[in-house]
Write a protein that binds this ligand. Sequence first.
Ligand code: TXA
Ligand code: MG
Length: 333
Amino acid sequence: MKKNIYQMKTEIFKTKRGNKALFKKVKDTIKNKWLVAFPTETVYWLGANALDDDACKKIYLAKGRPSDNPLIIHIAKSEDLETYGEISFPYIYNLIKAFWPGPLTFVIKKKSIIGKTVSGWLDTVAVRFPSHPLAQKIIATCWVPIAAPSANSSWKPSPTSADSVIQDLDGKVDIIIDGGNTQVGLESTVLDVTGEIPVILRHGGVTKEMLEKVVWEIQEISSKNQEKRSPWTRYKHYAPETPVEISSPKERKEILKQIFSWEKVCFIGLNISKENNKQIFSFSSKKAFAKNLFETLRKCDTLNSKKIFIEQVDESWIGKALMNRIKKSAGVI
Ligand code: TXA
Ligand code: MG
């Protein structure tokens, strides 16, 4: 029978570093225009050959992703950035030096080698050099850049564990590599560097405060021109099945009262006294909250609750990206 993206036999491998036989399998799969899912330092990815339009189309099909939301291409060394796009301003080199490899994606003017599918018909392309050793090794082994979004169904919370990938993509990809939970837990920062002043299109693992230490000025897209420059803002994201409501610290007492009167609601936040309650998810830092947010949202869906309360955090450092994902999951942005 001919292979079909909706009826695949998915092979699952559990390894943090990989091995020769697995790399060969991955290389053959990518070469034959099929898909592979495995961890990066931010979230799990669903990868295909970025230079092959047909392979990239399969990513959109497997995820149910709108075709005008372009993909990030991943490279295994900084120098490759110039192969795929224009480095128009010297400050880009300073950013590369400070943050690559890592959770920072550059949007640059694309070169003609980049096809329409991967770039969503835009004249720019998004490029990232990930720091996860397994991701680096796989890109280097395949000898092509890898186009990859997060390895989840389009509107669901991004996957930060292999179990979440399996939940969404079993039967739609050839290979899933289980390399454990991802470190950062939120996606990369997407930075438009096509102008004199870099513009944050999506907050992520590299914070505005970190970027400000390297460049003179940073802008954030305003809601007016958001959709034009940042395609993902048009779509629903990170939504669990259960409705999400953002709460303020002032409401904490009330929500805890609800939970302890055996109402089926979940509560996620910083430093909440849990008293071993399975509906309360408490983290000791914003970093830990960010690392675990998406998995916790998926977990809440298994608890049959009628609502998930998430307590807001301050928006400094990783708090900005964290609140962005929380607001998206609640559908308020
Ligand atoms: O950490 C990450 O960024 C993960 C890992 C796998 O690298 N990837 C990820 O991909 O989150 P995805 O597809 O979920 O998000 C890609 C983001 C979207 O916000 C998309 O709109 C934006 O990058 N993007 C891609 N190409 C773009 C372009 N040419 N102009 C503006 N935004 C672009
Ligand atoms: Mg995504």
